[in-house]
Design a protein around this ligand. Sequence first.
Ligand code: FES
Length: 322
Amino acid sequence: MDLKLKVVGIRNLTPDIKRFELVNADGGSLPAFEAGAHIDFHTDKTHWRSYSLANKPGETDRYVTGILREPQSSGGSKWMHEAVKEGDILEARGPLNDFPLDMSAKSHMLIAGGIGITPMLAMGYALKAAGADFHLHYCTKAPETTAFMDEVKDVFGDNVTFHHDGGDPSKGIKLAEVLKDQPEGAHVYICGPGGLLNAAREAASHWAEGTVHFELFSSAKAPEDIHIHEAGDQPFEVELKSSGEVFTIPADRTILEVLRDAGVDTVYVCEEGWCGTCEVGLVSGKADHRDECLTDDEKEANTKIQICISRALPGERLVLDL
Ligand code: FES
């Protein structure tokens, strides 16, 4: 859903993280959201960037999010930090939820790294309200770089463990221990930068299928086994279903890069095949699925594609539902 959001509050939570509070610019209620949901902002009118909602699910009078200023930001977080002021009206859309809680779980373990706390805070509100069994591990460098500290303490009470590693992950959370035994019926939710995500997913690799949920945050480094471009990649064509426009994707560029440069509306976060944000429907053509988001069955079904990383199989032409 397209939204116009008015910024009614901006507060520094840490030197690099700001809290934004937004209301419906037209007055009235906002669409309700569930824990784990995000809003896409049309940052600097050129890019759509996703930011998770941190406030209490069900609140329709405001949205709250926390935004980390990323050092290599190409616009999104830099623009939000530097250009956006209280009273501004931002174009946005959503809310969408790619990171929902599974309320059928017997217990919920949440692991947040840095700004990955934002969806976890909303999850904390939801789990507390449901009387669920839950615990948060919140990993940051130091108390002074821990966003939403007081609110987290308030919402989670005894159900939170803070881990401060001083910038050395080996001194932080002991993932192998924390995730060693999967309590019966437990689910784990992980949100943070790529390093934490990789380590946590590996430590939980023996957990039952469907019980490990994750969302990438921050400009994570591509894991070693992800190849955005490979030797032998060939150019191929993609067609947009709505307009019939055809684009040639060179061997050394991604579908996302080409469409973005052409001014086609795209949404993305990681650009490394992890987060699922750039997913679009695939109408025809066989894709070479290189992402980490789709299951093997979904790749086999070939009805959607992560355009930041996946390509066409040799000789195939892709028609995208755009
Ligand atoms: S932008 Fe993250 S999977 Fe494509």
